[in-house]
Design a binder for this molecule. Sequence first.
Ligand code: MRU
Length: 357
Amino acid sequence: MNQTFEQTGAPVSLIWKEDRLIMLDQRLLPESIVMLDLFTSEEVWEGIHSMKVRGAPAIGMAAAYGVVLGAKAYGAAGAEGWLKHVQSVCAYLATSRPTAVNLFWALDRMKKRAQELIQTGTVEDWDAGLEQEAIAIQAEDELVCKSIGEHALPLFEDGMGVLTHCNAGGLATAKYGTALAPIYLAQENRIRLKVFADETRPVLQGARLTAFELQQAGIDVTLICDNMAGMVMSKGWVQAVIVGTDRVAANGDVANKIGTYSVAVLAKAHGIPFYVASPLSTIDLNTPTGADIPIEERAAEEVTEGFGKRTAPQGVKVFNPAFDVTPNEYVTAIITEKGIIRPPYSDNLAALFKANL
Ligand code: MRU
């Protein structure tokens, strides 16, 4: 087994190698495992935009490495010029996708580090400093995900059915995932969970990625179409829902993959707790409510001819938002690396950040 694979057998999304970012092409999973060598910030932008890498934390990590590659392309000396160049690389990478706040969080962190770095040293030192920062972002993400899993684990008991939507697993992060972290830790602790993975139309992250990585890890996973979640809940097979998120607003409204809102409403109707696993880097106190979260709309072809087969009439009108917002009243708890946050979210999220600044 080489560095491309975790011990679970699931491939790693991003590997940094001195002069390049090696990116797993997640669009080709589970059929093919293709690792791409990226040498420029433009290639990283394209990788994020086309969803070769996806999932909020992984998008942030990829962007940080994109800054490193972009900075290395600067051909002159001088702190001011280098800093301006890094800032423009960051501004460019920020246009790759709009919803996951981890992208902007990681780019802000890289810009701040660049500002600090130019106080001493040479261009080589500053480039090396940015590289260290990007590596640190990835290393920290693994610890953050593990900690989310540890905080969430007591919410799960042996034999429970757990439903998840989209992919918030190892493929979306450095390791473990956010929503899938407690599921991996449960397995390590011999707590048997039965996972239902929504297939997640139209890009099928649940079918192609969640079902794949859980199956590789030997976890009991059953794939269902999105429109089967209510039926599975009505049968009493689901005792908890856990999902990841792309951005949590200051009032606890949660943006996540399209279809999450429907799952939350169904969970409430069936008296099932609805948990959101979120690193602090995904909580955006500068976004007051869910209505202020920019929601990405993607190409109509994802709906009309996803995966190469036309399934709708030519010329039909299509609405294809990639995310929706679940209002905070449907969210039972938000599980972070610092602990479990419960309503009232406006107060408790603000207090969480105050305590962890
Ligand atoms: O469009 P995607 O695949 O990037 O959307 C991913 C999700 O919605 C995930 O649930 C979210 O980013 C959390 S990943 C830990």
